[in-house]
Design a protein around this ligand. Structure first.
Ligand SMILES: Cc1cc2nc3c(=O)[nH]c(=O)nc-3n(C[C@H](O)[C@H](O)[C@H](O)COP(=O)(O)O)c2cc1C
Ligand SMILES: [Fe+2]
Ligand SMILES: [Fe+2]
Length: 400
């Protein structure tokens, strides 16, 4: 994708990544891809805001060279030190050694630690301004959206917010940069939720603080460093991030995430009856076989639904390991305030449901039903479980 002017003298000069299989070495993006959006502001001083991971270095510099020679860059704003936005910095420093790096005070030490750079580095203060000609930059510290040093940069004249990870999402750009041109916004919003649940969720309180801090700005364009640029209605992504951030401390949407694993089909049969009951209630339900689906996708569903059903067999005195992995990740990501039910099959002494309760104990989930079935469920068991599924879903639907 070639560089694109987003406002007079403001250009998107990013790159798409369709090579990386796992974002942060962990979250699958092989199918979806991701973009590293970088922005070039051309004025009396030329400014580059956020860079890219150190892939496609040639393409990255070609994007800039379509507009100005790279050697003409005066300032590089590093909103966030994570290498998906700074990997290219070492090469950039070689081509444009005189360029001054603008970074938050906390970022200075990290820049030295990660890249051993301390020359031509100028820390900027919270709310500091920098006039670069017609354009005026203002820096807003937004700590822990996503790292402690993170800030956002606002261009006052054209009202563009360069929000870095904030309001970002997975999904490589498909030749279209703006929300109003995109025919597949649902894809990007879905991938934004997955990104939120995977990357941002732990920092939900800082997200709310940042949104509050920026709330009085007359933002026309939100230009994050991953995903689409929002200009038709930037409020949409602010509202989404705000809504998701609130799920960290309150019950989420009235939907159910059903997680199951099964070795020989007994737990799967119980799951099936439970699912019948849940579905009869009319509530939205996402079903995941934890052995088959990467936890990245499961977290997105868990984050947005207030009901969770967990079904897994006993395995060597404890919980079926793929389910333990998923619940452990839910715990790492602080998935809290759920209404939950547990079920599973065991052969002799059991142990799965006990282990499930231990793992989720710190997460403040309200457990409203536990079904430990010895061996294969009877028709009576299945009948009872289907009724329970219906009641469980109704209970969630009737919550305030
Ligand atoms: C590898 C393996 C380990 C198991 N370990 C235990 C155990 O420690 N305690 C127990 O009660 N049942 C144990 N079981 C029995 C299963 O929990 C039982 O077969 C259950 O019905 C399996 O449910 P599924 O058909 O959904 O896989 C084990 C089964 C397998 C295959
Ligand atoms: Fe980040
Ligand atoms: Fe990022």
């Amino acid at each position: 994708m070639r560089s694109v002017q987003i406002k007079p003298g403001i250009y998107w000069v990013g790159v798409n990544d369709r090579f990386t299989q796992f974002f942060e070495g962990l979250w699958p993006i092989g199918e979806e891809g991701v973009s590293y959006n970088s922005y070039l502001l051309v004025d009396e001083k030329n400014v580059l805001i956020d860079l890219a991971k150190s892939i496609k270095t040639d393409e990255f510099f070609e994007q800039i060279e379509q507009i100005i020679p790279v050697s003409k860059i005066d300032y590089v704003v590093i909103n966030h030190m994570e290498p998906d936005h700074t990997g290219i910095l070492t090469v950039l420093k070689k081509i444009a050694p005189h360029a001054t790096i603008l970074i938050s005070e906390k970022g200075v030490k990290m820049l030295k630690a990660f890249y051993h750079i301390d020359e031509n580095v100028k820390p900027v203060k919270d709310l500091e301004e920098l006039r670069i000609g017609e354009k005026l930059l203002k820096f807003y510290y937004t700590p822990f959206v996503h790292w402690p040093e993170t800030m956002m940069t606002y261009e006052v004249t054209h009202k563009v917010l360069f929000s870095c990870d904030g309001f970002g999402g997975y999904g490589a750009l498909r030749g279209v940069l703006f929300d109003d041109e995109c025919k597949d916004k649902d894809f990007y919003i879905k991938e934004m939720l997955r990104y939120y649940a995977n990357i941002v969720a732990t920092f939900s309180t800082p997200v709310l603080k940042a949104i509050e801090k920026l709330s009085s700005l007359p933002v026309q364009i939100i230009a994050p460093s991953h995903g689409l640029i929002w200009r038709e209605n930037p409020g949409i992504v602010v509202d989404l991030y705000k809504k998701w951030a609130q799920y960290a401390s309150s019950p989420a949407e009235k939907g159910v995430t059903l997680l199951y694993g099964s070795m020989y089909g007994n737990t799967e049969r119980i799951m099936s009856s439970l699912l019948n009951g849940i579905s009869k209630s009319g509530i939205a339900v996402d079903v995941f076989n934890v052995t088959q689906t990467h936890v990245s996708y499961i977290l997105a569903s868990l984050w947005k639904n207030r009901g969770v059903v967990i079904g897994a067999p006993t395995y060597e005195g404890s919980l079926f390991p793929p389910m333990a992995d998923v619940l452990h990740m839910a715990s790492v990501k602080h998935v809290q305030f759920k209404t939950a039910a547990i079920f599973g099959s065991y052969g002799w002494s059991g142990g799965a449901s006990k282990r499930i309760r231990e793992i989720i104990e710190p997460l403040k989930w309200q457990i409203v039903g536990v079904f430990d079935i010895n061996g294969s469920p009877t028709n009576e068991d299945l009948q009872k479980i289907e009724e329970f599924g219906y009641d469980f879903a109704r209970k969630i639907m009737e919550q305030p």
